[in-house]
Design a protein around this ligand. Structure first.
Ligand SMILES: *[C@@H]1O[C@H](CO)[C@@H](O)[C@H](O)[C@H]1NC(C)=O
Ligand SMILES: *[C@@H]1O[C@H](CO)[C@@H](O)[C@H](O)[C@H]1NC(C)=O
Ligand SMILES: *[C@@H]1O[C@H](CO)[C@@H](O)[C@H](O)[C@H]1NC(C)=O
Length: 314
C-alpha cells in the first residue's frame, strides 16, 4: 500500500469509529448514561402533581366555586415583579421564603441574614393575597407562579412543639401553655413545661380547621386541590426545589435561597429528634395524630410508616 492510500484510509477509519460509537450510544436511553438534573426535577414535580390530583379527586376535595377561601388567601404572599405567589406553611422554611420575597420585591442589596425574624413576620413588608379585591385575587391566581412547600407531617409537628412550646415566645409559652396546663393538669399551680404528650392531646381536642397555623394540616392552609400550584416543593428537597423556583420565576442569578436559622445554636428538628418525641406517645395518640394529618400524608406522598422513614439512612 502506498502512502497516499494510507493517508486516505486513516481519517475514514477514525470517522467510522466515531460514527460507530455515536450510534451505539444512541441505542441506549441517553438519560441513563447522563441523568439530566432539570429533567429529573420536572419528572418529580409531575409525580407529585399527579399523586395530588388523584387524591383530591378520590376524596372529593375539589370545589366548584371559584372564589378563594379567605383563610387560604391570608396564607398566600404575593410578589408582583416576578409574578410569584407563595403559600406560607409554618415550619417548612417559610421565614426564609419571606426574606427572599422581600429581596425579590426590589431590595436587592439586602442580605437575607440581615432581616430579623420578627420583622419579616410583620405583614407590612410583603402583601398577602387576601388584601386585594376578589377580582384581583383571581387574576393573580390565574397568572402568577404559585408555590407551596410541605414537610413530613410528624416532623413538622415536632418542630412546631420545639419551636413554640420550648422557647420563650409569650403567646405560645404563656397563653397557649397555660390553656394546655389548665386542660390536663390536676394541680392548678403546676408550672412545669408543657410535655409533648400534653401538646398532642391539646391538638387532638380541637377541630382541625380551628388549629393554630403552626400545626394546622398543610392542606387546610394552602388548599392545594383548588389552588393549582405550579411547584410542589418539599422540605426534604428544600435546597433543590428552592433553586428551581427562583429559576422558574426569573429571579436575579445572584439570588440564592438563604439558610438562616432562628435559634442558631440549636439542632434542626430531624428524623432522630422526631422519633425521640414520637416515642413518648402511646399507640392511641399515634393513631389519632395520623388520622388528623391523613390528608397531608396521602396528598403529598409521605409514608405513615414513620419508623422506617426516620430511621438512619445513609
Ligand atoms: C412517593 O414517595 C416514594 C418514597 O419517597 C417514592 O419512591 C415515590 O416515587 C413517590 N411516588 C410518587 C408518585 O411521587
Ligand atoms: C392575566 O391573564 C389574563 C388572561 O387570563 C389577561 O387578560 C390579563 O391581562 C393578565 N393580567 C396580568 C396582570 O398579567
Ligand atoms: C396552689 O397555690 C396556692 C397559693 O399559692 C396554695 O394555697 C395551694 O395550696 C396550692 N395548691 C396546690 C395543689 O399546691
Amino acid at each position: 500500500m502506498n502512502q497516499k492510500v494510507l493517508l486516505f484510509l486513516l481519517p475514514n477509519c477514525i470517522f467510522g469509529i466515531f460514527l460507530f460509537g455515536f450510534f451505539c450510544k444512541r441505542q441506549k436511553p441517553l438519560t441513563r448514561d447522563f441523568p439530566d438534573p432539570a429533567e429529573d426535577w420536572l419528572a418529580t414535580q409531575n409525580d407529585r402533581k399527579s399523586t395530588l390530583a388523584s387524591v383530591c379527586l378520590k376524596n372529593n376535595l375539589l370545589r366548584s366555586r371559584s372564589e378563594l377561601d379567605s383563610n387560604v388567601a391570608s396564607q398566600l404572599f404575593v410578589e408582583h415583579r416576578h409574578k410569584f405567589v407563595y403559600c406560607e406553611v409554618p415550619k417548612v422554611g417559610c421565614s426564609n421564603w419571606k426574606r427572599t420575597i422581600f429581596i425579590l420585591q426590589g431590595n436587592l442589596n439586602t442580605e437575607a441574614s440581615e432581616i430579623e425574624h420578627d420583622h419579616i413576620h410583620q405583614t407590612t413588608l410583603i402583601r398577602k393575597l387576601v388584601s386585594y379585591p376578589p377580582a384581583t385575587q383571581n387574576e393573580v391566581l390565574s397568572n402568577y407562579t404559585k408555590v407551596m412547600f410541605t414537610r413530613h407531617p410528624l416532623e413538622r409537628l415536632v418542630s412546631a412543639y420545639r419551636d413554640k412550646l420550648l422557647h420563650f415566645e409569650p403567646f405560645y409559652s404563656i397563653t397557649v401553655a397555660n390553656e394546655i396546663r389548665a386542660m390536663f393538669r390536676k394541680n392548678r399551680n403546676s408550672t412545669g413545661k408543657v410535655s409533648f404528650q400534653e401538646f398532642v392531646n391539646f391538638i387532638l381536642s380541637k377541630p382541625p380547621s380551628s388549629l393554630d397555623i403552626h400545626w394546622k394540616p398543610m392542606f387546610l392552609l394552602c388548599d392545594p386541590c383548588n389552588v393549582r400550584y405550579d411547584v410542589l416543593g418539599k422540605y426534604e428537597t428544600l435546597g433543590l426545589d428552592s433553586q428551581h423556583v427562583l429559576e422558574v420565576i426569573g429571579a436575579p442569578a445572584g439570588l440564592h435561597y438563604p439558610s438562616v436559622k432562628r435559634y442558631g445554636s440549636e439542632k434542626r428538628t430531624d428524623g432522630d429528634i422526631t422519633l425521640e418525641y414520637l416515642r413518648q406517645l402511646n399507640t392511641e395518640q399515634i393513631e389519632r395524630i395520623k388520622k388528623l394529618y391523613q390528608m397531608d400524608f396521602v396528598l403529598f406522598n409521605y409514608t405513615m410508616n414513620y419508623e422506617d422513614y426516620f430511621s438512619p439512612r445513609d
